[in-house]
Design a protein around this ligand. Structure first.
Ligand SMILES: *Cc1c(COP(=O)(O)O)cnc(C)c1O
Length: 228
């Protein structure tokens, strides 16, 4: 299967799962995660019509973005160290992976200096695995309210990564937790300030859509397996 066909399959699957779970397919946005793949591979998916791509490594983002057409909407989805913010802001239209107050403050300071507003999601560790990045669930609501008030950030919602496991219940639990945290936050501020739920990757996006995902981040199901 070539990448154009793989992309089409993913769109069809999103539509099927939406319809089966009583959702409108327009509610779920696809972000093609191109990490580790060179610009010519990204171009293949671009030629098939895709315009929204995500990267997860700061240097790779910095190096790849200028090699590709300027009408691509770039997202950043990986762990970000504060000393690499300059590679990402203002080029990324959405940063999914704000995993600490420390990073949020540094992002806001940098964006303010540049005279821009950065759109961000707060990443929450819903699987409670130590190895995963993300704000702890018990401080998530307070942290979100604080991040949403930073001057140069526009908080748009939440992101999570499910545990890496075959246990469907554990994966679903992770997504349900994110949805519930969103509902709690939405009770405390304007709902559009926490509109996006970024959850679901190649192996688990059907479950994520059933649990209310509005943005799926899909790499290998479109690009093929990653070598590194
Ligand atoms: C790599 C990555 C993805 C995509 O993973 P696949 O399993 O290849 O779909 C999604 N989100 C984040 C944060 C990633 O790092």
């Amino acid at each position: 299967m070539n990448r154009a066909e793989a992309l089409k399959k993913v769109f069809e699957k999103i539509e099927t799962v939406c319809i089966k779970s009583g959702r409108n397919p327009c509610e779920v946005e696809l972000v093609a995660i191109s990490k580790t793949f060179p610009a010519e591979d990204v171009m293949e998916v671009y030629q098939a019509g895709m315009r929204v791509f995500g990267e997860s490594r700061a240097q790779e983002f910095r190096d790849k973005v200028p090699q590709l057409p300027s009408d691509i909407h770039w997202h950043f989805v990986g762990h970000l160290q504060t000393n690499k913010i300059k590679y990402i802001v203002p080029k990324a239209e959405l940063i999914h992976s704000v995993d600490s107050l420390h990073l949020a403050r540094a992002l806001s300071d940098y964006a303010q200096k540049k005279g821009v507003v950065s759109r961000i999601l707060m990443e929450i560790n819903t699987s409670e695995e130590d190895a995963k990045f993300g704000t702890a669930m018990d401080s998530a609501i307070d942290d979100y309210l604080e991040i949403a008030n930073l001057p140069a950030l526009e908080a748009c919602g939440l992101m999570t990564m499910a545990p890496f496991t075959d246990d469907e219940r554990a994966i679903r639990r992770s997504f349900t937790r994110l949805r519930k945290i969103r509902e709690q936050i939405a009770g405390q501020m304007a709902e559009e300030r926490v509109a996006i739920l970024s959850m679901g990757m190649s192996n688990d996006y059907p479950i994520a859509i059933e649990e209310g995902s509005t943005m799926v981040r899909i790499g290998s199901a479109i690009f093929g397996p990653r070598g590194r």
